[in-house]
Design a protein around this ligand. Structure first.
Ligand SMILES: CC(C)(COP(=O)(O)OP(=O)(O)OC[C@H]1O[C@@H](n2cnc3c(N)ncnc32)[C@H](O)[C@@H]1OP(=O)(O)O)[C@@H](O)C(=O)NCCC(=O)NCCS
Length: 188
């Protein structure tokens, strides 16, 4: 499945981006990550975080993972202007003893495109892709108390536990907790 349109939703479409499609998508992907981090998102980075830092993440870290098949990259495209406004990753490079598991990573929706159901649609499509890969267990972690946490719980993710002092706040020396969640998927 390469750049194949995935069922349209309200005002946006979901795509799977392969390595060949990523160079053309880099500016939009970098714009999403740059905006989210500078808006305070806890997604591995700290300020200052420039557009080039965001570009480098997609180009140097994620593109090789997508090319090798270790990561599956999905994105949401806004029908109004054709720009990518959301993204999510499925990490399937799990160890030999975890062939049934995958990681949900880097769910990001541009601040200008929020509360339109894009994150919910991306998670649902990610789960479809995971099932198609034979993965029956999704795991993730998210900063404790962020808006993503109740979203995941509403979508059937269960809390495994909370790890205190897990990561630095994006803009200060405060250490934040992370909540580890999982969901079992039915795989036929
Ligand atoms: C978390 C995030 C992905 C949500 O994206 P989104 O596209 O706005 O989410 P949706 O529109 O699909 O929202 C689905 C539901 O989540 C909840 N929700 C989402 N954003 C919320 C907010 N700011 N406040 C309260 N509830 C919220 C609501 O229940 C919402 O349903 P509703 O709009 O029908 O009430 C987005 O805010 C984001 O990119 N945040 C920064 C990055 C981040 O923290 N990612 C998670 C890392 S694990």
């Amino acid at each position: 499945m390469t750049n194949a349109p995935i069922p349209p939703a309200s005002g946006f479409n979901l795509l799977r981006l392969d390595a060949a499609a990523m160079p053309d998508a880099l500016d939009d992907l970098a714009g999403i990550l740059h905006a989210c981090v500078n808006d305070g998102a806890a997604v591995s980075f700290i300020l200052p975080f420039g557009f080039e830092d965001a570009s480098a993440f997609w180009r140097d870290s994620i593109l090789p993972q997508v090319a090798s098949g270790a990561t599956i990259l999905l994105a949401a495209r806004d029908n109004a202007d054709g720009r990518l406004v959301g993204t999510i990753q499925l990490g399937i490079d799990t160890p030999a003893n975890q062939p049934h598991r995958a990681d949900l990573k880097k769910l990001l929706v541009h601040p200008r495109a929020r509360r339109r159901g894009i994150a919910r649609a991306l998670i649902t499509q990610l789960e479809n892709v995971a099932r198609a890969c034979g993965r029956s267990m999704i795991t993730l972690d998210t900063r404790t108390g962020d808006v993503a946490e109740p979203l995941y719980r509403a979508m059937g993710y269960e809390v495994a536990g909370i790890i205190p002092d897990y990561s630095l706040d994006v803009a200060s020396t405060r250490l934040d907790s992370t909540t580890v969640l999982f969901k079992r998927l039915n795989v036929k």
